[in-house]
Design a protein around this ligand. Structure first.
Ligand SMILES: C=C1C[C@]23C[C@@]1(O)CC[C@H]2[C@@]12CC[C@H](O)[C@@](C)(C(=O)O1)[C@H]2[C@@H]3C(=O)O
Ligand SMILES: O=C(O)CCC(=O)C(=O)O
Ligand SMILES: [Fe+2]
Length: 337
């Protein structure tokens, strides 16, 4: 029998719960990057779900396992040691607290900037708990995944007939691109099973939110937990697949397509038995970039649904919000304008 001792109860007390949904979603679009029709599938998936899975990506499993193993090694180190790499303001180690506004989840993580000054070995900041090996693997991983994200953004550019198909990919390739990388570790949480039995609710690992950037690329181990919210508001579980990458549309790409692509709401639930390890690259534009609908997507006479803003303005505003807030709502034009 699992006993809920006072420290465990105190620990869990801060963390939100949600009504569980056990719907395993088998309809997630799968994009084969080697398929000549990939760009059509990507655009459709971005419109219908804001989410898709990528296969035939060319990144070796051996490399992915090496990074995951090194990340697990970090998360297994003593709590006191890990704390030396935090708090994440905005980069470094964080435990349970997510962002600056009081969000809490059953998760610990490392947040990195992907700027060359942050990741390349001659200019890294002093973060004592992160081994040279982990720095090196993160740097290599970010390069590979950025290339993959660029390839996908170029296919989108091509399919949407944006003049110069690299208009989107240029933003994340730019030296000044404001992108980041996150390693998340969700420890197994045996008491979540009891919580479920007693209250019928699930413990939140990472609360519901949309990603503010253009595009996010997620890879996880084979532990479930990730859920996405469909257009009709139902939450569905994404079957994990450690051999593939999941892409999701961020708020900025929703704006640049004037709402045609969906910035998908997602969350992670804690697992009672298995730890989850995920790694996410968030491709963001340079701070000065104007986030505004691309002229090629607009019909004649169509107006932007959003006020004009730069990525810097949006990011500043996003960091004042709670995870689950409708961040983009503040930038929508009111309908009677
Ligand atoms: C509560 C917050 C955490 C977050 C910054 C924010 O104020 C609102 C957006 C959050 C988010 C979600 C996607 C990424 O995980 C993240 C790094 C990002 O860019 O925006 C996080 C921020 C964070 O954890 O600091
Ligand atoms: O850890 C995951 O699987 C998803 C986390 C996430 O959505 C995020 O870090 O923004
Ligand atoms: Fe996210």
């Amino acid at each position: 029998m699992v006993v809920l001792s006072q420290p465990i109860l105190d620990n869990l007390a801060q963390i939100k719960t949600c009504k569980p949904t056990s719907n395993i979603f088998t309809g997630i679009p799968i994009v084969d990057l080697s398929d000549t029709n990939a760009k059509k599938h990507i655009v459709k998936a971005c419109q219908d779900f804001g989410f898709f899975k990528v296969i035939n990506h060319g990144v070796s499993m051996e490399f992915l396992t090496r990074l995951e193993t090194e990340a697990v090694k970090f998360f297994k180190s003593p709590q006191q040691e890990k704390e030396k790499s935090g708090p994440p303001n905005p980069f470094g180690y964080g435990n349970k607290n997510i962002g600056p506004n009081g969000d809490v989840g059953w998760v610990e993580y490392l947040l990195f900037s992907t700027n060359p000054e942050f990741l390349s070995n001659n200019a890294r900041p002093e973060i004592p708990g992160i081994s040279e090996t982990l720095w090196g693997l993160v740097n290599e991983y970010v390069c590979l995944v950025r290339n993959m994200a660029c390839e996908v953004l170029e296919m989108i550019g091509d399919e949407l007939k944006i003049g110069g198909k690299d208009k989107l990919s240029k933003m994340i390739r730019d030296e000044k691109s404001d992108s980041c990388f996150r390693l998340n570790h969700y420890p197994a949480c045996p008491s979540s099973e009891l919580l479920q039995a007693l209250s019928g609710r699930s413990l939140i690992g990472f609360g519901e939110h949309t990603d503010p950037q253009l595009i996010s690329v997620l890879r996880s181990n084979n532990t479930s937990g990730l859920q996405i919210c469909l257009r009709d508001g139902t939450w569905v579980s994404v079957p994990p697949d450690h051999t593939t990458f999941f892409f999701n549309v961020g708020d900025s790409l929703q704006v640049m397509t004037n709402g045609r692509f969906r910035s998908v709401k997602h969350r992670v639930l804690a697992d009672s038995l298995k730890p989850r390890v995920s790694m996410i690259y968030f491709g963001g534009p340079p701070l000065s970039e104007k986030i505004t609908p691309l002229s090629s997507v607009m019909e004649e006479g169509e107006e932007s649904l959003y006020k004009e803003f730069t990525w810097c303005e949006y990011k500043k505003s996003a960091y004042k919000t709670r995870l689950g807030d409708n961040r983009l709502g503040l930038f929508e034009k009111s309908t009677n304008q």
